[in-house]
Design a protein around this ligand. Structure first.
Ligand SMILES: *Cc1c(COP(=O)(O)O)cnc(C)c1O
Length: 469
């Protein structure tokens, strides 16, 4: 299996060659040169596998430059009951007639990003050791991504993490999660500013190519192919837990922001997983819902991007979306380059043609819907009253939109993307109760914190990195 860029640079690269990279040199995203096909016979065999066994089968189809025994070991040490709360790793529960929840948020930071990031940490450590290199990960976070990255990279040899967060602006639980880490390779920089200031600093440092090369600066953002690959696994795994025949179809409902999670579902679909509908849920930031309903993709200005109560879905553009458009256009790289390299930057968007628009649902299975703050509160309260199940605001967006698209025949699996404790204020608003503290997080709020407050200044951040690598 080799990888190429969505924008036409077709120098074939191996998995480990793209593992530590972000964008391809031509600005595109890496894609596998083909989707391995998984037929009914293979699915029947996979049905009985444990989560790590299944992860190994799927990953080995896409990774040809890590010896099998090493890959198996990396996967086995990632998906443990200790890290993910149970032997199942991703338990699936029935919520109501035809509607299921796949619990992706039982990892160390209680959000689905752990599913991929925990594997990424082990893959990075392995590949860096093999190359005799080190990596300094620089990132900006408003919550979920930063903590998932830090818990994945803590204590890893050859890796430092420098994570910028807006000082005093994350929820108390998120601050406790990140700032109580005492590992010497984890550096929390609390920037006196907002999230955009943090992102601007990361961009400025990364654009200084000399500094970037000299200090081995890298990232772990959601366009990393290895993250996407790790996410393909739980779609197959959830499918096996819901239907007992290997050709029955299911629908998948995914609370979406940067199109990473649902892009992995699309990959599973292209590999042959029998999917009826891919139900994409957005919040008030409905860039993607608009695209799937009208065929027009329109990037939002900062003034049109809202801060909502499902903050991990607050996006102005969707960074993985280019991967789907590449497939939709029949893998037409010059056209993808025109759309994302020219139309998006210059005019802020594009429209697909009529034939492509027709295929969105009929061939690719995509349908979409939007959920508002009022919908989230209603859904959280409704699900709790009907089923005594507490869901977080992002999952509530998924449940709300999933219910709108159910047909009474095909079961729908909603991806649960975070635990309610991370968004306690919204739970309190919906139900006037405090979400329970997960067992693994007991005591967290009282632990000593370790972070550095810095001004929103590029030079200060660079100096800090130089002093601590
Ligand atoms: C990141 C995140 C999402 C959005 O996932 P994408 O892959 O960006 O579409 C949804 N919910 C939660 C809780 C998240 O952390």
């Amino acid at each position: 299996m080799n990888y190429l860029s969505t924008r036409g640079d077709d120098t074939r690269k191996s998995f480990c060659q793209i593992l530590l990279e972000g964008l391809a040199p031509d600005g595109g995203l890496y894609m596998p040169d083909e989707y391995p096909q998984v037929d009914e016979t293979v699915r029947a065999k996979w049905r009985t596998l444990s989560y790590p066994e299944l992860a190994f089968e799927i990953c080995s189809l896409f990774i040809s430059d890590i010896p099998s025994s090493d890959l198996r070991q990396l996967i086995n040490k990632t998906y443990t009951a200790q890290a993910f709360g149970s032997d199942k790793v991703v338990p699936v529960t029935r919520l109501e007639e035809g509607l299921y929840l796949a619990h992706l948020s039982n990892g160390p930071t209680f959000a689905f990003k752990d599913m991929a990031m925990q594997l990424l940490g082990n893959l990075f450590e392995y590949e860096l050791a093999r190359r005799g290199q080190t990596l300094n990960i620089l990132g900006a976070t408003s919550g979920d991504t930063g903590s998932a990255a830090e818990y994945a990279m803590r204590g890893k040899k050859g890796i430092n993490v420098f994570m910028l967060s807006p000082h005093g602006r994350m929820s108390p639980f998120q601050q406790a999660q990140m700032y109580t880490l005492q590992d010497a390779n984890i550096h929390n920089l609390a920037v006196q500013g907002v999230f955009d200031d943090c992102q601007d600093i990361v961009k400025a440092v990364s654009n200084d190519l000399e500094f970037k090369r000299r200090y081995n600066i890298g990232t772990v953002n959601s366009i990393n192919w290895a993250r996407l690959l790790a996410q393909v696994v739980y779609y197959f795994y959830s499918y096996f837990q819901v239907v007992s025949s290997d050709d029955a179809r299911v629908s998948l409902a995914v609370p979406s922001g940067n199109f990473g999670n649902i892009c992995a579902a699309h990959v599973a679909h292209m590999m042959g997983l029998p999917i009826y509908r891919l139900v994409l849920a957005t919040n008030e930031n409905n860039v993607l819902q608009e695209f799937f309903s009208t065929g027009t993709y329109r990037v939002r200005k900062p003034s049109e991007t809202f801060e909502t109560s499902s903050p991990s879905m607050d996006i102005s553009k969707a960074s993985n979306f280019e991967r789907f458009i590449y497939d939709l256009t029949g893998r037409d790289a010059p056209r993808t380059r025109q759309l994302f390299g020219v139309e998006v930057p210059e005019h802020g968007g594009f429209s697909v043609n009529e034939a492509e628009f027709d295929m969105l649902e009929s061939y690719y299975g995509f349908v979409a819907g939007t959920s508002t703050h009022a919908d989230r509160l209603h859904t959280i309260a409704d699900v709790y009253k009907l089923h005594k199940v507490l869901i977080d605001p992002h999952t509530a967006d998924g449940v709300k939109v999933a219910r709108e698209h159910m047909n009474g025949i095909v079961p729908t699996i909603v991806m649960e993307t975070a635990q309610p404790i991370k968004f306690a204020a919204t739970i309190k608003e919906a139900l006037d109760i405090e979400p329970p503290m997960p067992q693994q997080a007991k005591g967290l709020m009282g632990m000593p914190k370790r972070f550095e407050v810095v001004p929103a200044d590029v030079k200060t951040v660079k100096d800090y990195i130089v002093k601590h690598v």
